[in-house]
Design a protein around this ligand. Sequence first.
Ligand code: KG4
Ligand code: ZN
Length: 331
Amino acid sequence: MLILGIETSCDETAIGLVEEGKRILANTIFSQEDIHREFGGVVPELASRSHLQKIDLVIKKGLKVAKVGLEDVEGIAVTQGPGLVGSLLVGIEVAKALSFTLKVPIVGINHGEAHLYANFLVREIDYPFIGLVVSGGHTALVEAREPEKYLLLGQTRDDAAGEAFDKVAKILGLGYPGGPIIDRLSQKGEEMKGKFPRPYLKGNDDFSFSGLKTAVLRYVKSLTPDQQEKEAPSIAREFQQAVIDVLVTKTLNAAERRSITRVLLAGGVASNSALREQIVREARRRNIEVYVPPPSLCTDNGAMIAGLGFWKIKGGRRNSLSLDAQPNLSW
Ligand code: KG4
Ligand code: ZN
């Protein structure tokens, strides 16, 4: 069964064409980075307008790459939430129009669940597992005992992990999106050995990164412009290390506490090279298996939506044409 997946929850207009939930025929993305860069973050009105302008082109390009026609599509999966309401609506309305005209089923998809599913696009994975979804809008730790059944163990109380990367990059005057820039810059930095706090929030599985971001801001403000420029790589490295220490420790601790020996990473921040290395290294010491998708499947994409959509449609899930955006959709 060929599924068209549509993803417009934030600043990527993305579609995927995936067969049987596994075989990616196309994974086409128009990134709005250039549009939002001058504002240092996503401007919702500009995001929805750009989705509207690009979605047709992205679908056409995807069909061309996959060498299929719209008439070959057998089901439509679309991100229903969480995300920016105006952006979600563009994808949803296009998906509904296609479902109606092609007479194929439509199913709404939870964006966070689709991020986790990106792992299954690459290989078979057994249950149960602990999933860490770290993206620009969300930080969530979930336990999955069987497909589609999630227990939310913890989530961010303030800034998401990716949001903290983006804000710290802005503080350092590095540009947008901050994650990949900090990832690269910190490779040139020196260790600052615990200069910034590690917010472990002991005794629960929640996360909080806004205090860490404020600590970076305070430190940067105490420096002269020359020092700021000189120290930027080390500040980036120490900030990144603080986020990684917290994510890795809390995720592996949760797995051990719940007697689960499998951990899946997902979301844009999961493409961070130092995070990937450190979690693999520490998990090995604790006899836990770690799965991380390739970076192109960590950041927002349509293949993860189409892939998960296949299993939902195959399992009999359908939405009607009254399907609506759910900007705050949870687990
Ligand atoms: O999953 P995603 O593409 O979109 C959301 O669902 O939000 O995640 C985007 C986030 C951004 O905050 C971006 O800065 C961050 O992921 N990100 C990274 C890296 N690549 C993207 N963070 C750290 N290191 C990276 N290499
Ligand atoms: Zn995402």
